[in-house]
Design a protein around this ligand. Structure first.
Ligand code: AHM
Ligand code: MG
Length: 329
C-alpha cells in the first residue's frame, strides 16, 4: 500500500491557517485567532500607507518627540494609530502599550482577554530612504480580572508568558511572521488578492552561518568581550550585513542564518532596543525557530521586566553564533 502523502500547506491563506491551528486546540475559543486577524488587518493598512509614501504628505517628522525623546516620524504615528484602531474595533484586546506612548492605552474593551505590546514601526530612521521597516507585536493573556481596565501587571508578566508574537516586515514584499508557541510560520502578502499566503512554513535558523549584523561604528563603546568576538569574526572571514532595521536584519538572519547584536554603548548604556515590545517578541520567535536570544548573561525571555520602556543589550539569532556572546564567568 502506498504511504499517505502529506499535503503541503504552502499556499493556503492566513485565515485558513489560523482556523486549522485553532482546531488542533479543542478548548480554544477563537479569541486569540481573532487578535491575530486584527493584527494582520492592521498590517495591511500600514502596508498601504507605506506604499503610498512619497505620494502623500506623510514623510518626515511630526516635530514632536515621543516619550523617549526621539523625533517621531509621521509614519510611526500613523502606524500606531492604525494599529490601535484595528485592535479597538476587534474587541478581544483590553489594553495596548506602544513605543509611541508612555502609558497603557485602554481600548475600551474591558471584556477583552488579551493585551498587546507593540512597536508599530521599527527602524524609523530608515523611513525616508525607502528601506525595509517593520511592526513588532507581542500578545499576553491578561492577568487582571475580566471586565476591568488593564493594569501594569498585565504588561510586566515577562517574556515567557507571551501567548503569541511576531512581526510584519514591509520589505521587497510584505510578510507576516508569527508564532503561537508551536513553531514559526511566514506569510507573504499578496496585494492583488488582499490576502497573506503561507510561503514559509515552520521557519528555523539554518544550522550554519557566518554572518553578523551590528552597527560596527559603535565598537569603541562595546564591552571588551564583544570587541574580541567581532575581531574573531573578522579573522574567520565572516560577512557583515547591517540594515539598521531590526525586523529586516532579524528576518534575513532567520532565512539565511546569522546573528544580530546591539550591545551596550556610551549613549545606550543598557542597550538600545526595548525589552517588552522589541526584544521579547523577537526572542520568542528566535527560540521557536531553534535560535537563541540573550542579553549577554541570560536568555532575554528570562529577564524580569520592571517598566514598559526598559532597554536591554541583545544578541539574537542562530544558536551557535549567539553562544559566542555569553559573558565568560
Ligand atoms: P527605533 O525603534 O527607534 O526605530 O530603533 C530601533 C532601531 C532598530 O530597528 C535598529 O536595528 C537600530 O535601531 C539601529 O540603531 P543604530 O542606528 O544605532 O545602528
Ligand atoms: Mg523600535
Amino acid at each position: 500500500m502506498q504511504a499517505a502523502v502529506t499535503v503541503p500547506s504552502v499556499g493556503i491563506t492566513l485565515d485558513r491557517f489560523i482556523l486549522r491551528k485553532q482546531k488542533t486546540f479543542p478548548s480554544a475559543t477563537g479569541d486569540l485567532s481573532q487578535v491575530l486577524r486584527d493584527i494582520a488587518l492592521a498590517g495591511k493598512i500600514i502596508n498601504r500607507e507605506i506604499n503610498r509614501f512619497g505620494l502623500a504628505d506623510i514623510t518626515g517628522d511630526t516635530a514632536t518627540d515621543n516619550i523617549q525623546g526621539e523625533i517621531q516620524q509621521k509614519l510611526d504615528w500613523i502606524a500606531h494609530v492604525r494599529f490601535i484602531r484595528a485592535l479597538v474595533n476587534g474587541g478581544e484586546v483590553c489594553g495596548i502599550i506602544s513605543e509611541e506612548e508612555a502609558g497603557i492605552i485602554d481600548t475600551g474593551n474591558p471584556e477583552g482577554k488579551y493585551v498587546i505590546a507593540m512597536d508599530p514601526l521599527d527602524g524609523s530612521s530608515n523611513i525616508d530612504a525607502n528601506v525595509a521597516i517593520g511592526t513588532i507585536f507581542s500578545v499576553y493573556r491578561r492577568v487582571s480580572p475580566l471586565g476591568t481596565s488593564p493594569t501594569v501587571e498585565d504588561f510586566l508578566q515577562g517574556g515567557r508568558q507571551q501567548v503569541a508574537a511576531g512581526y510584519i516586515l514591509y520589505g521587497s514584499s510584505t510578510m507576516l511572521v508569527y508564532s503561537t508557541g508551536c513553531g514559526v510560520d511566514g506569510f507573504t502578502y499578496e496585494p492583488t488578492l488582499g490576502e497573506y499566503i503561507l510561503s514559509h512554513p515552520n521557519l528555523t535558523f539554518p544550522a550554519y552561518s557566518k554572518t553578523f549584523s551590528c552597527n560596527e561604528s559603535n565598537q569603541r563603546d562595546f564591552p571588551p568581550f564583544v570587541v574580541q568576538r567581532i575581531q574573531e569574526f573578522y579573522e574567520q572571514r565572516f560577512s557583515s550585513r547591517y540594515i539598521g532595521s531590526f525586523v529586516a536584519d532579524f528576518h534575513r538572519n532567520l532565512i539565511k542564518g546569522g546573528i544580530y547584536l546591539y550591545p551596550p554603548t556610551q549613549t545606550h548604556i543598557q542597550g538600545k532596543l526595548r525589552l517588552i515590545y522589541e526584544c521579547y517578541p523577537m526572542a520568542f520567535l528566535a527560540e521557536q525557530a531553534g535560535g537563541k536570544a540573550i542579553d549577554g548573561q541570560q536568555p532575554i525571555l528570562d529577564i524580569i521586566p520592571n517598566r514598559f520602556h526598559q532597554r536591554t543589550p541583545l544578541y539574537i539569532g542562530s544558536s551557535h553564533l549567539v553562544d559566542y556572546f555569553e559573558i565568560p564567568s
